[in-house]
Design a protein around this ligand. Structure first.
Ligand SMILES: Cc1ncc(COP(=O)(O)O)c(C=O)c1O
Length: 275
């Protein structure tokens, strides 16, 4: 019997790549980048679009520089949080959505409650017709949480059609590293150029996903919406509206926008939301 190959040859990303290829085939998408959740898929998708807005290696340093990104007021609470973490300001609209909705004005869709074949090409609204997506490039964010259609425990993915974004998203989900490259090698050979996140899918989840996807029906209806509370009425998100954080004329800074209930001397130094 031969000895096991060095760890580098047992590449844990192989099964992840196999699952991503299977997702592309099922959904009709050119590229799929898996993550630990839809929340993180949305964060990466927004971060791709905001990455050049800031200074100092991709950080948007001032609240007043942040772009507004609009979502329905009734959706899962992690979505506006991801927008904030990715450098945006969430705003809210009234929308009775089903299955998917758009993060306006970005070409990014939250598809956490919908997973069916050919979904990257278009969708069938309630009247049974077929609506093709025409906007390109575009990104669709999926959830593989246990309560969703593919049900893998935790997991997510970005379906998309942009080769340059694909390279960035893969590094961004893996702490700014290239796959199978150690942090020391990354530093020595390539440098760290992407301000990354720690949200790559585990090989176990990808293996489970491959098995389940093989048995999933081609057609799956959107899941009914949860009873989401109105996010626009939450104090936390009122503090990150354009009027609360100020405009360029009313300069902001890196501190978390002040809560009107806090004294100004305290809020000036707060960098995380007070509980
Ligand atoms: C509409 C919507 N978006 C995003 C999410 C977040 O998905 P995940 O749990 O995979 O992060 C959910 C979760 O239920 C959701 O309902």
């Amino acid at each position: 019997m031969t000895a096991l190959s060095p760890a580098r040859e047992i590449d844990a990303f192989n099964v992840v790549h196999d699952f991503e290829a299977a997702l592309c085939e099922y959904a009709g998408a050119p590229y799929a980048v898996t993550t630990t959740s839809c929340t993180m898929a949305l964060l990466l998708a927004v971060a791709w679009h905001t990455r050049n807005l800031g200074h100092e290696g991709g950080m948007i340093s001032s609240w007043f520089e942040r772009p507004e990104i609009e979502i329905p007021k009734r959706t899962y609470v992690s979505v506006p949080m991801s927008i904030i973490h990715a450098g945006g300001l969430p705003t809210f609209r009234d929308e009775d959505w089903r299955g998917l909705y758009k993060l306006e004005p970005l070409p990014v869709w939250d598809c956490a409650r919908w997973f069916t074949s050919r979904m990257f090409e278009g969708y069938a609204p309630n009247d049974g017709s077929w609506v093709s997506f025409t906007q390109s490039p575009r990104m669709q964010c999926l959830s593989f949480h246990w309560s969703k259609t593919l049900g893998l425990g935790q997991g997510g993915a970005i379906l998309h059609d942009n080769e340059e974004a694909d390279r960035w998203l893969r590094q961004a989900r893996f702490d700014g590293r290239l796959e199978a490259v150690s942090p020391a090698e990354q530093q020595e050979l390539y440098g760290f150029n992407v301000l990354g996140f720690h949200c790559y899918m585990s090989p176990e989840t990808a293996a489970q996903g491959l098995l389940r996807l093989g048995n999933l029906p081609r057609h799956n209806e959107p899941l009914p919406n949860d009873p989401y509370p109105d996010l626009s009425s939450m104090e936390l998100f009122k503090r990150t509206t354009r009027s609360a954080v100020g405009s360029r004329a009313n300069r902001g800074d890196m501190a978390w926008p002040s809560n009107s209930n806090q004294s100004s001397s305290r809020s000036a130094t707060v960098t995380t939301p007070p509980t």
